[in-house]
Design a protein around this ligand. Structure first.
Ligand SMILES: C[S@@+](CC[C@H](N)C(=O)[O-])C[C@H]1O[C@@H](n2cnc3c(N)ncnc32)[C@H](O)[C@@H]1O
Length: 227
């Protein structure tokens, strides 16, 4: 199936609300577990001088989990959608975490240097972010600017199914009881996602060929590495 990009930012209030209300807990916990495992493999113990950036954090579902898991580490969630960050701040009011903050940042502008981001991360994490980018090279270029030297990367994203029929099957399998707006967004995301081969090529083009890309299951791929 050919890739069909979807809008980058998620800004429609009803779309943001449906996304924030959805239960992604199973997949979200895999991000924290996966990062934990990778840090262990690297022999890296995070300490209070470290900074983790959750890139394209959306309503903060994963930023919160990271901040809870590493309470002594500073965590910043960044996203270009004001509406998403309003949701994230709302959730933080109910569940205050002193090590977590959010910043409104459009990520393409970091790649093109229009927006200066003074903080440099020790760890860069993203989930369901890469497929939103119309030019994935901008995503990778921005990440290179956001990380310190030897920054640890852990990224997880959807895999594009082989056919439209398979995408419909996956949508029904995973979201059969979800609101229509969420199903529509999920379907658009499946069509906008990349294959493992495409991500490998993006990494070569970005000078990040040392990163590893692997398929986790029928829905997700993971990308890990140091730069
Ligand atoms: C599917 S959500 C993922 C949210 C969260 N990471 C999660 O896993 O639940 C994708 C997020 O990427 C953000 N996004 C997409 N393109 C962006 C860009 N160019 N700059 C900043 N944020 C962007 C959207 O606004 C949205 O909040």
């Amino acid at each position: 199936m050919q890739r069909t990009p979807e809008p980058e930012l998620m800004e429609t209030p009803s779309q943001v609300k449906a996304y924030a209300d959805a239960d992604f807990s199973k997949s979200d916990s895999m991000v924290v577990k996966g990062l934990e495992k990778y840090l262990k493999e690297l022999g890296k113990n995070l300490n209070k001088s470290d900074l983790i950036l959750d890139v394209a954090c959306g309503p903060g579902n994963i930023s919160e989990r990271i901040a809870i898991n590493w309470p002594y580490v500073k965590v910043i969630g960044i996203d270009g959608s004001r509406q998403m960050l309003i949701q994230a701040e709302e959730s933080l009011k109910e569940n205050f975490l002193k090590n977590l903050t959010y910043q409104l940042i459009e990520i393409n502008s970091i790649a093109t240097c229009k927006q200066y981001f003074p903080l440099r991360a020790d760890v860069l994490v993203s989930n369901s972010a890469l497929h939103h980018f119309h030019s994935p090279c901008k995503f990778w270029d921005a990440l290179k600017k956001l990380g310190k030297k030897r920054c640890i990367h852990f990224h997880r994203d959807l895999i594009r199914p082989s056919s439209i029929e398979k995408a419909i099957e996956i949508k029904e399998k995973y979201l059969s009881n979800s609101p229509e707006i969420l199903k529509k967004d999920f379907f658009a995301s499946l069509k906008a996602s990349f294959t493992v081969d495409e991500v490998n090529q993006q990494l070569v083009n970005a000078g990040l060929s040392q990163f590893e890309v692997f398929q986790v299951d029928e829905l997700y791929l993971e990308i890990i590495g140091l730069v």
